[in-house]
Ligand binder design. Structure first.
Ligand code: GDP
Ligand code: ZN
Length: 313
């Protein structure tokens, strides 16, 4: 193809990818344009920032460069090797529900996995319409995580105002939802993206011919409920795929697990032995902090259990 067939370079963001074919949304908004990758480029994923050029007939385009990544979310492929699945995510929303009630250890597993990615975790407690019957137990659990510095958002898809705190959290950021089956991820996303068109992924009409059906991670611009239909409204962005929703504790080593407990971090250099494994070593700074009540015993028990499951695999 002659260079003259393409317009000038512009910025964009990948909203979906199918092998060497990508959908790219122009910076500043508008429908995505189906693009192919210049030969020397590979490994682009949904959420990547790119430089691209539109074809002069505007039907498609070519991606010529990938921008720097702030963050990347990886998943093991069929052979167990970690592969990037999405990039430039600002926060991981870990969804759990009043029913089925979460165990603290499960929350800790998700937090450790999120901490290992370097992406900020947020705890979302859904189905709060069921909360009155459950009493204050979950509230107390959540307060413990808030005290560690984790944002906590409570939601219900059953009430009109149930998602307002969530909308505020999503605005201006790129997010993913993760969590166990049945906690309400689909219900939450359906409420955030009520428009079928939005969910399929806004793609320009010309690009839509020959649409691929592969289930890839997709990037959605969320409407801002406060701003009505205003096109510049930044209700935030969501990257979603079945694989991303199943994100969990995979391929972590002992050091990543230890550093995944954020309240341990300042203490880690302070054990008497440099290679302290925080089991029963004399002069262990973590054990001393548990003793003093500065580390919650349940968090420390979680830590031990997570390490045990690493040893089993
Ligand atoms: P997912 O597996 O995480 O995607 O969960 P779903 O969205 O499929 O929800 C699982 C079940 O919980 C469905 O029966 C939903 O109707 C129900 N559900 C979702 N959100 C709420 C909520 O806020 N309150 C109540 N009571 N039920 C909910
Ligand atoms: Zn120690």
């Amino acid at each position: 193809l002659a260079a003259g067939e393409y317009g000038p370079e512009q910025n964009g963001r990948v909203t979906a990818h199918f092998g060497r074919t990508l959908d790219v949304r122009p910076e500043g908004g508008g429908d995505a344009v189906r693009c192919h990758l210049r030969a020397n480029l590979e490994g682009l994923v949904t959420g990547d920032r790119v430089i691209w050029r539109a074809a002069h007939d505007a039907r498609d385009g070519v991606v010529v460069a990938r921008g720097e990544r702030d963050s990347v979310l990886e998943r093991p492929d069929a052979r167990g090797q970690l592969k990037p699945v999405a990039a430039n995510i600002d926060q991981i929303l870990i969804v759990f529900a009043v029913e089925p009630a979460p165990h603290a250890n499960l929350i800790d597993r998700y937090l450790v996995a999120a901490e290992a990615t370097g992406i900020a975790p947020v705890l979302v407690l859904n189905k709060t319409d069921l909360l009155p019957e459950r009493g204050g137990e979950l509230r107390a659990l959540l307060e413990r995580y808030e005290a560690l510095g984790y944002p906590v958002v409570t939601t219900t898809t059953e009430r009109e105002d149930g998602l307002s705190a969530l909308h505020a959290r999503l605005a201006g950021r790129t997010s993913v939802f993760v969590g166990q089956s049945g906690v309400g991820k689909s219900s939450l996303i359906d409420r955030l993206l009520p428009d079928e068109e939005l969910r399929i992924g806004a793609l320009s009409k010309d690009s839509r011919k020959g649409t691929h059906t592969t289930t890839t991670a997709r990037l959605y611009a969320l409407p801002d409920p406060e701003a009505g239909d205003h096109p510049e409204a930044d209700g935030g962005e969501l990257i979603d795929s079945p694989g991303i929703r199943e994100f969990g504790l995979t391929h972590l080593d002992e050091q990543q697990v230890t550093e995944g407990f954020i309240e341990f971090r300042d203490l880690l250099g302070r054990c008497r032995f440099r290679d302290c494994r925080h089991r029963q070593e004399p002069g262990c700074a973590l054990l001393a902090a548990v003793e003093r009540g500065e580390i919650h015993p349940e968090r420390f028990a979680s830590y031990r259990r997570i390490l045990e499951t690493l040893e089993d695999t």
